[in-house]
Design a binder for this molecule. Sequence first.
Ligand code: COA
Ligand code: MG
Length: 288
Amino acid sequence: MRSLLFVPGDSEKKLAKSLGSGADILILDLEDSIAPGRKDAARRITRGFLDAQAERRRQLFVRVNPLASGLVLADLAAIVGGRPDGIVLPKAEGGESVKTLAHYLSALEAREGVAAGSIRILPIASETAAAVFAFESYAGSSARLCGLMWGCEDLAAAVGATENRRPDGSYPPPFELARSLCLFAAAAAGVEAIDTVFPDFRDGDGLEREARAAERIGFTGKAAIHPGQVEAINRIFTPDAAAIAHAKRVVAAFAAAPEAGVVGLEGKMLDRPHLVAAERVLRRAGAS
Ligand code: COA
Ligand code: MG
């Protein structure tokens, strides 16, 4: 999952447009981009889009409304029969949220004749203050868990912050903390860490800077809100030729010395963490 493009689920025009965006995953949104009076229309249009894309070439996730909204069962009842590849759960608060959603999905998969356990779960894990204290509980919560995304627009609103990005693009400490916790929690759970959206969709340089910084610290993908953001995100989260060549040399150096815990390559010491990192680069290159 390199790029995940949010598409308002009530916009037939944007849904059609999103298919040509090149995003690895489309997130058909039923939550914040849909006005309260449009929820039913969004469910119907999103389901129609899922059905029309039965022979799909890219993965289709649906962002439902939060568990506490009272809307999520109606969302799921409308869309599970369309066989979404995954559900994005906003305002998730730890492993308990994932388990609750997983139970709902199991019941609806059975009712709709959808393969049991086939629909994955991607929580947005930092959108409430309580969520920040629940990161540790994602590990082992469900086999459906496929990643963790962090978000900072709702988190800012939750704590009353008037600024969640500084003018230079960096995050003030509370939001940097949420980002770091997302990264660690994803690694602890053995799933992918997905960086939050970059809302200023006309600022291509800012997007590049933020995406590169995220990739360097371990995020494997980033959410997008506009098709114009997808190309840069795909490029930045695909290991480049130099990184792949170096990773191959590291793997080869260890393969040539099966008894060695540590080897030298190009004047640098390499031990176990370097091998793990190199294998990860090759896995990501293979997946993209
Ligand atoms: N998915 C698919 N198509 C999109 C899109 C998206 N997320 N965002 C824009 N487009 C389309 C537009 O409809 C427009 O199509 P057209 O050329 O056929 O008219 C084209 O891309 C260019 O869009 P542009 O004029 O640059 O932007 P806009 O003012 O129409 O839209 C937003 C700006 C922010 C409203 C729009 O990008 C959007 O809806 N983003 C998703 C918001 C969302 O889902 N938020 C929730 C998650 S945080
Ligand atoms: Mg939101």
